[in-house]
Design a protein around this ligand. Structure first.
Ligand code: GLV
Ligand code: MN
Ligand code: MN
Ligand code: MN
Length: 446
């Protein structure tokens, strides 16, 4: 019973590092390195959302949490909520959440650490016969990555009421583009009946442990990032239309080369973002017809822009809309005149695929994490922690719009993520899981 536990009793609750690492590596057998031609590696992981491998990892999550005394709720987005009853159940659970899906060339820690650390928390509570005041839960959010179905943090976004269920269900997979999210949910047996909403599955709070996915903690020898918020980002699809023509017979002046225009747009977005202290990236590029001897007349590219302040993202978006139109019209931009000419322009159009404004996490949750870090790290805590803003999006972005939320970061080697080389040491994973556990039991008493 946590209310009756003093500081010493609370601090004596300890995660089991080996058990946590076993769960991480055991569940990584449900994945493949074969997707999109990548080779399997020792640390890598490819488990696209709602794939057969994801189904197996989900089944493991359901079975394991039920064996630990949890009740399972599966909603219409396939989000899986495992809830461990408290002493009193007239208030909502405090949740730990993250995701079991990965990037096509992902690692074993992004998302997976957060879910397995939640399972480890349940195991510790069971080992020590702890009864929390209110229920506690662990949630596996569907399609956080946005890699297979191209909206990131999709299902926490539906749960929070920011993304319509119909939009989410109709999403088509990026590659090869036949299945929809709802058809895949049905196929693997995870289309639940409970509405995907805060009202149907309320929470008291949401805590998420995640690898930093950047270099700051490692380079400053810190163990724990106390995450105070998340930077803003927006995703677009940019369609550029020129004209297909013969590569051997068409002079440069007579081409409307959609790929050359797109190449200039990508370079220019990089320069515009640099000027504003922001980021701009293209990760998907499709061109048609895709023939060596035909100048491509049609190109679509993804564009992801990010900055800590919403106002910076607004200004960058305005720059990009105006300047891409100038590039398509054949104007000289960035001193590059090659490509479309005013006589042979391309057309450019944009769709906004997802919008994630800057987020500030809740002071009570940040406080719980700070106290938890002090408990886990002892007298060195101040030296070993730092406050930071997340560069990446996480499900906590959407939970924060409904319930008090915050995050805990642990270092990752060379700051690399979305790459099979992604790696966090067992010790660092365990320290993060310990802070997570301590934050939850402290929040439950608050
Ligand atoms: C989502 O997780 C992102 O940061 O792209
Ligand atoms: Mn993640
Ligand atoms: Mn990710
Ligand atoms: Mn993410």
């Amino acid at each position: 019973h946590t209310k009756e536990m003093n500081e010493k009793d609370l601090a004596s609750l300890k995660v089991n590092q080996n058990r946590l690492m076993e769960d991480i590596h055991f569940t990584s057998k449900w994945g493949t390195g074969q997707v999109w031609g990548t080779a399997p590696t020792e640390t890598g992981m490819s488990r696209l959302s709602l794939s057969d491998a994801d189904k197996k990892a989900r089944d493991w999550f359901v079975e394991t949490t039920q064996a630990l005394g949890c009740n399972t709720t599966i909603d219409e987005m396939g989000n899986i909520f495992a809830i461990r009853p408290g002493l009193r159940n007239d208030g909502p659970p405090t949740f730990v959440g993250s995701h079991l899906d990965t990037q096509p060339t992902g690692g074993r820690y992004d998302g997976i650490l957060g879910v397995t650390a939640g399972v480890e928390m349940l195991k510790v509570l069971a080992d020590y016969w702890v009864e929390t005041e209110y229920p506690v839960g662990v949630v596996n959010w569907t399609n956080e990555e946005g890699a297979r179905f191209p909206i990131s943090m999709l299902s926490s976004g539906v749960w929070s009421g920011h993304i319509p269920l119909s939009t989410a269900h109709a999403l088509r997979e990026v590659h090869p583009g036949t299945a929809t999210l709802s058809s895949e949910l049905s196929r693997i047996g995870y289309l639940g009946t409970v509405p995907a909403s805060y009202e149907a599955v309320p929470m008291a709070a949401h805590f998420e442990l995640h690898i930093e996915q950047g270099p700051l903690l490692e380079s400053t020898s810190r163990k724990i990032g106390i995450v105070k918020g998340v930077q803003a980002y927006r995703w677009y699809t940019v369609n550029v239309t020129g004209q297909d023509c013969h590569t051997g017979t068409t002079d440069f002046e007579n081409r409307a080369d959609a790929l050359l225009a797109a190449a200039k747009m990508i370079l220019h977005s990089h320069r515009l973002a640099t000027k504003r202290g922001a980021l701009a990236s293209t990760g998907i590029l499709n061109l048609k017809p895709g023939s060596t001897n035909t100048v491509p007349g049609s190109v679509s590219l993804s564009l992801d822009i990010r900055a800590p302040a919403d106002s910076t993202v607004d200004m960058l978006e305005a720059d990009i809309l105006a300047d891409f139109a100038r590039i398509a019209a054949g104007e000289e931009v960035d001193g590059i005149s090659e490509g479309c000419t005013p006589g042979r322009p391309c057309e450019v159009s944009f769709t906004t695929d997802s919008v994630s404004p800057a987020v500030k996490f809740h002071p009570d949750c940040i406080h719980a994490v700070t106290e938890a870090a002090a408990s886990a790290l002892g007298p060195e805590a101040e030296k070993l922690t730092m406050e930071m803003v997340s560069g990446a999006g996480h499900d906590s972005v959407y939970t924060s719009k409904r319930v008090p939320t915050s995050m805990i970061f642990v270092p990752c080697r060379d700051g690399i993520s979305h790459n099979p080389r992604e790696y966090t040491s067992p010790e660092d994973c365990a320290v993060g899981a310990q802070v997570l556990l301590q934050a939850v039991v402290r929040y439950d008493r608050m």
